[in-house]
Write a protein that binds this ligand. Structure first.
Ligand code: HEC
Length: 144
């Protein structure tokens, strides 16, 4: 009995280690960086992200999920309510916690009020931290 008293807190501590910080490992999920440099679609994000990783599925032929096939189309699409979680937008400039595109790219399956967000985008799995940081800075600096 006495042994259990000592072991239980140790087990609890060990349990916290690997699980607690993992949701925010890599790029912090819900806070904008104060010193973020402006990232724009036409500057680099359309070419470096949407053209390479999204356009094969998100194009004019499947526009109901958002047409991301050119900078002007992406800009329009991310400002319209999502199909899966309206009235949430794909991108609410400056507000990561209410940007469905950001949450899905980080593998979050629920929105701020528990809205079901479906699977990670792209479906192949979370992209690398450098790319996620670009997306984050784009959203945080106005998503232009
Ligand atoms: C292999 C095809 C495929 C690729 C690649 C892909 N998507 Fe998707 N996407 C889908 C499908 C199918 C849906 C609808 C089901 C869902 O929401 O999970 C979707 C839905 C979404 C939605 C929700 C749209 C809405 O209005 O409800 C967002 C946001 C999104 N994708 C972002 C992205 C981004 C950003 C990328 C690139 C980084 C990407 N997707 C790459 C197939 C794809």
């Amino acid at each position: 009995m006495l042994r259990l008293v000592f072991v239980a807190p140790l087990l609890a501590l060990a349990g916290c280690g690997p699980t607690a910080p993992s949701a925010d490992a890599g790029v912090p999920l819900l806070t904008c960086d104060a010193m973020a440099a402006e990232v724009t679609l036409s500057g680099r994000l359309q070419a470096e992200l949407f053209d390479r990783q999204c356009r094969s599925c998100h194009n004019a032929a499947s526009a109901s999920n958002g047409d991301y096939s050119a900078a002007d189309r992406t800009a329009a699409a991310v400002a319209r309510p999502t199909r899966i979680a309206a009235p949430l937008l794909p991108v609410r400039p400056g507000v990561l916690s209410e940007s469905v595109l950001w949450l899905k790219m980080n593998g979050r399956t629920a929105g701020p009020k528990g809205e079901a967000l479906g699977g990670v985008m792209p479906p192949g799995g979370k992209l690398d931290d450098a790319t996620l940081k670009l997306v984050k800075d784009w959203i945080c600096t106005g998503a232009k």
